[in-house]
Design a protein around this ligand. Structure first.
Ligand code: ADP
Ligand code: MG
Length: 270
């Protein structure tokens, strides 16, 4: 349904495609990317572009943004999973690539720091769900990362802002895996992209190996943020002892591989 290449600029193409009902750009994103929600004859799509080539305010210039999108397209081509919005391909245009995904309903769990304690935010509403509902979401998230691990992808910049949750349908969606990279590799940035609440120590250390153990650490941090208060305090952790032990090991002595972390989690889930 989508061509491999178009002659028009992205903004014009999405207008022709259908009704543009959502826009994400400089007002909402600091990435420099510009994305659209488009309704085409009742089918809704999320279309992501590298934005304005003249926009040099973001950390990455247009060329850098474009290569991250091409990377994201490779990931989406290689890994299909119920948590990922269906990928409809990359469309080349004179204004750079467009990535077309299904639109997914859901509230964005990413929350600016100053409202992070507000019970009305999607982040706090998610954290207030029944423990089992959160565990089911974590199971699915860890399963996705198992599949990504098998395909050789290591997490990068994963945080609560990578999650949409549909509270009515109890459905989790994972978005924005643009900074995931084929691993293992060495930290070439010093402080890598990411939210420090989720990041592994090696993501702060130039030259350190980044691999599937990093993914395991970040997934365990995710459990601590969503199921506890982001700390290892046992009282704050709402899950059973067996799962607490897995998460504790994952962020202290660490697991030797993502598979080891995931297997231990599944065994503790019973
Ligand atoms: N498949 C999707 N369906 C619906 N909304 C989405 C989808 N993917 C992303 N979004 C929304 O668009 C916003 C920007 O997308 P994101 O991939 O995070 O772009 P950026 O690279 O600019 O951070 C997200 O915060 C989320 O609210
Ligand atoms: Mg984002």
């Amino acid at each position: 349904m989508f061509p491999a290449a178009i002659d028009s600029r992205p903004a014009r193409y999405v207008e022709q495609l259908g009704n543009v009902f959502a826009r994400f750009g400089a007002h909402s994103q600091d990435s420099g990317n510009v994305s659209y929600g488009v309704d085409a004859d009742g089918r809704r799509f999320f279309v992501k572009t590298a934005g304005d080539p003249a926009d040099t305010a973001p950390y990455l210039d247009f060329g850098g943004r474009e290569s991250l999108l091409r990377n994201a397209a490779r990931l989406a081509e290689g890994v299909r999973h119920p948590l990922l919005p269906t990928f409809h391909g990359l469309v080349e245009s004179p204004g750079g690539p467009l990535l077309v995904y299904d639109w997914r309903d859901g509230d964005h769990l990413g929350t600016p720091r100053h409202v992070r304690d507000d019970p009305d935010t999607a982040f706090q509403r998610f954290r207030a769900l029944a423990v089992e509902e959160i565990l089911v979401a974590l199971d699915a998230l860890f399963d996705l990362h198992g599949q990504l691990d098998v395909a050789g992808w290591v997490q990068g910049d994963f945080y609560d802002g990578s999650l949409l949750y549909d509270f009515d349908r109890h459905r989790l969606t994972v978005i924005d895996l643009d900074s995931y990279r084929p691993g293992p590799y060495r930290n070439d940035m010093g402080r890598m992209f990411g939210s420090s609440r989720f990041m592994a120590p090696e993501e702060f250390s130039l030259g350190a190996p980044i691999d599937d153990r990093t993914t395991a650490y970040v997934m365990a941090r995710t459990a601590l943020v969503l199921l506890a208060d982001g700390t290892l305090h046992r009282d704050a952790y709402r899950g059973p002892d067996a799962l607490y032990a897995v998460v504790q090991e994952a962020v202290t002595t660490r697991f030797p591989s993502y598979i080891a972390f995931h297997r231990t989690w599944l065994a503790a889930r019973g």
